[in-house]
Design a protein around this ligand. Structure first.
Ligand SMILES: [Zn+2]
Length: 252
């Protein structure tokens, strides 16, 4: 106020009016400019969303094993792609399982789903998948979709399933574009595997790339959507498996 009193003594009323309201208007203009650039920055960040690709072998792998990773990627505003290398047609219910996977991806907010149904990549515990074929599919997908990171099973495939292990073998040895980051989902020993959320303490000490899902309903619902697979031991899996609540990734 003192400043204005001094100014009042030396300037006439018109100039004082311009000074007072000029200051107020310039403040509004400054705030407007700041808000404009902030919103523009947020908009640009949205445009620059990084795409991450999760490669699985069967419909339900994403819900059984990768749920904490998917939740983390959603929270961090990544664009999540899922490439499922088979439609799980081991019991001739491939079409049903495709529909279940599509529904689950909607529920888990996965941005883009691709299901491969190739005669050489059929759901089987005993048939080895051709590594070069997987590599070609994944490499093409990465180039066509501007993928910056790939996540898949590790060398033990969580459950030792040969199709899971084939994903690792192919992706760990494929051609990589510059700056592509590749992570694998860590397989733990059986004691840790079925220690549910209790494995958090060991996981947090042993691995920095730790992802946590504390939402048991989300874990249950995402598996329940795979209705054709939701038998009693998979219900038990949701409750006791660490993979419903904890993922640890290893960079390769
Ligand atoms: Zn599987």
């Amino acid at each position: 106020m003192e400043l204005f009193q001094i100014i009042e003594e030396v300037v006439d009323d018109d100039l004082l009016f311009i000074l007072k309201y000029g200051l107020i208007i310039s403040n509004f203009i400054t705030i407007f400019i700041l808000l404009y650039f902030k919103s523009k920055k947020q908009h640009n960040q949205k445009e620059e969303k990084k795409c991450v690709l999760i490669v699985t072998a069967h419909p339900d792998d994403e819900a059984m094993f990768f749920l904490p990773t998917i939740s983390y990627l959603n929270d961090k505003n990544y664009e999540v792609h899922l490439l499922c290398l088979s439609n799980g047609n081991a019991n001739n219910i491939g079409k049903i399982r495709e529909a279940e996977l599509q529904k689950c991806c909607k529920y888990l907010k996965i941005n883009k789903l691709t299901i491969i149904n190739d005669e050489h990549l059929q759901d089987s515990m005993s048939i080895s998948w051709p590594i070069e074929k997987i590599q070609k599919i994944v490499e093409d997908y990465i180039l066509q979709n501007n993928i910056k990171g790939v996540i898949t099973f590790d060398k033990n495939g969580i459950s030792d399933h040969v199709n899971h292990i084939a994903c690792y073998k192919a992706i760990s040895t494929m051609k990589r574009i510059e700056d592509l980051k590749v992570f694998v989902l860590e397989t733990t020993n059986i004691l840790r595997k079925y220690s549910s959320i209790l494995d958090f303490f060991v996981s947090s000490i042993l691995n920095d790339n730790l992802m946590v899902n504390l939402n048991i309903l989300k874990a249950w619902k995402s598996m329940q959507i795979h209705n054709s697979q939701f038998v009693w031991y998979r219900k038990m899996f949701v409750v006791f498996s660490r993979y419903a609540y904890i993922n640890t990734l290893i960079k390769i």
